[in-house]
Design a binder for this molecule. Structure first.
Ligand SMILES: C[S@@+](CC[C@H](N)C(=O)[O-])C[C@H]1O[C@@H](n2cnc3c(N)ncnc32)[C@H](O)[C@@H]1O
Length: 206
């Protein structure tokens, strides 16, 4: 089983300091949760700490589209977890059909931050809990090797059973203390979904 953690993903509700700005009140009215998105909130969010890397739900969207539609997932060989800024963890049922539309994906994530669960019939498709990245890694690894994917690391070789940590942020580095070996697939920094696709398709049939 390949387990992928999309870690420190920049997926978060707009912080209160921004949400209370007149421009946001005018745009979003009384809406409960608005996802922070640097495409739309670039100017207003410059006052936030770490503004250069925040507000990137699109990274999670593209990663999940690729992961859940992959043959490895269809064959039952993949588990994907999303860990976000502010230590929320999203548990994902592998049968979940990720919305192809970005706007629908954002709407669903806003609902998830609000209700903590998305269900279809008896199936819990998505569940959100408060959990740190180290705690999530401990929970899902249970004796499996844990590898942090990083452009500065030893050459990556797949193992049949492993936990791979891929950063869900656009710039910078992991903030959490991750005492695991780092593995690289290329000498340059790549986008998260390129790394995810490499490992997911590499694992299929191993
Ligand atoms: C856009 S990168 C984050 C930018 C960052 N400066 C970095 O460390 O690469 C997103 C994630 O993809 C993974 N990644 C990027 N390039 C990689 C490479 N060449 N080999 C393995 N993993 C890589 C890392 O997990 C990284 O956190």
């Amino acid at each position: 089983m390949l387990k992928i953690i999309i870690a420190e993903a920049e997926l978060e509700p707009m912080p209160r300091s921004l949400r209370s700005l007149p421009v946001m009140k005018k745009k979003y009215g009384r809406k409960d949760v608005v996802l922070l998105d640097s495409n739309y909130h670039h100017t207003s969010m410059q006052t936030l700490p770490d503004a250069y890397r925040r507000g990137r739900p699109d990274i999670v969207h593209v990663c999940l589209l690729n992961a859940l539609e992959s043959p490895l997932n269809k064959d039952g060989g993949l588990e994907v977890y999303v860990h976000t800024r502010n230590d929320k963890v999203i548990y994902i049922d592998p049968s979940w059909k990720v919305p192809k539309s970005y706007n629908r994906f954002v709407g669903l994530m806003e609902q998830l931050f609000s209700t903590r669960r998305i269900t279809a019939g008896d199936t819990e498709l998505l569940r959100m809990v408060n959990k740190t990245l180290p705690d999530l890694i401990t929970e899902v690894s249970s004796g499996m090797p844990v590898k942090v994917m990083h452009y500065e690391g030893a050459p990556y070789e797949p193992d049949p059973d492993e936990v791979l940590v891929i950063g869900g942020f656009p710039h910078g580095d992991f903030v959490s203390d991750l005492p695991f070996s780092r593995f690289s697939i290329h000498g340059e920094e790549l986008v998260a979904w390129a790394v995810l696709n490499h490992v997911v398709y590499g694992a299929h049939g191993t």
